[in-house]
Design a protein. Sequence first.
Length: 356
Amino acid sequence: MGRRASSAPTIKDVAWCAEVSVGTVSRVLKGMPDVDAELKRRVEEAIRDLGYRSSGFRLATARREQARVIAFVLCNESGLSAAHEHLLLGIEEYCSEAKYCLLFARHQYEPNADPIELQLPEVLLNDGLAECVIVAGRNYDNFLSALDAKGISYVLLANHIAHSQPQPEHKNQVRYNDFGGFQEATNYLIQLGHKHIWYIGDTSRPWFLNRYEGYLAAMASHGLEPRAHTVALSDDPYENGQAAVSYILEQNWPLTAVMAGSDDLAFGTREALRHAGRNVPHDVSLIGFENQLRRSHAVNLTSVCVDMAEVGRQMAKMAIARIQPGGKDMSEIIVPATLVKRSTCRPVRTEESMVL
């Protein structure tokens, strides 16, 4: 039949034998009610013929009458950042309102590992315990392929996915619009008369790359030369902001404004400018990025702001919708980013029509 003879039958073997997708097999094993009767018959027949066993699915089916479960898996992160804390809060709030239990797990894996050999988190290996998985952190195509191979339903935080190849369609993911936010913020600086605008952020990380591309789009639309420091000189974002701006100043490159890929980078930038005798905003305007819609004005920093709790709520909403009867692939949801103007930007010229 073309199946490996050296191991017990897998869910992929059942799908191949029944001539259905892995996802269909998964739904049958989980006892989902929206599977076509003929497809269900073929899957059950293949299970009997192959001798496939999955006690986890039977256990989960029995438990589902008492508790419904969503899993949140944070990948390749050492701990919860401020952004992930707000994301988790939003997910938990929505799941609680919908009477779903939430499981949380962290997971580390190699970006270049073969999907077949990739170890999945324990919470996902207990087949069927979680009906859908919310995936965040730094993720790569191999992990998504491993989830697909297991027939695991999931929802992605799209901003943190480093795709190795173009994606033809955007399904089952939520994205916050940092591209649009940084494009708007750069346009704001240009409106204030700035031309020598620098971007600072390590573009090897997908979220900083998204923001850099928004900056590039705005600069190109005004025919301005982009200026960027996109290599991390330190693993600490505050120190990286300091080091990047210090290097720019040492080269005597023109600088009137900085777009920092995070607030920590922006705070490091401000400290480096202070050491060099440059004042924010008198000499240099500064914009950062924060993961709360409205933070304390004590930080005084103009920022592109995202409500990460709302991102979490939208991810939980999508995950639960996917596993309802008749659930299917969902179109991408985009949560807006908002430019919050505080006191770290000022014009470099005076115009009557200028809007501050």
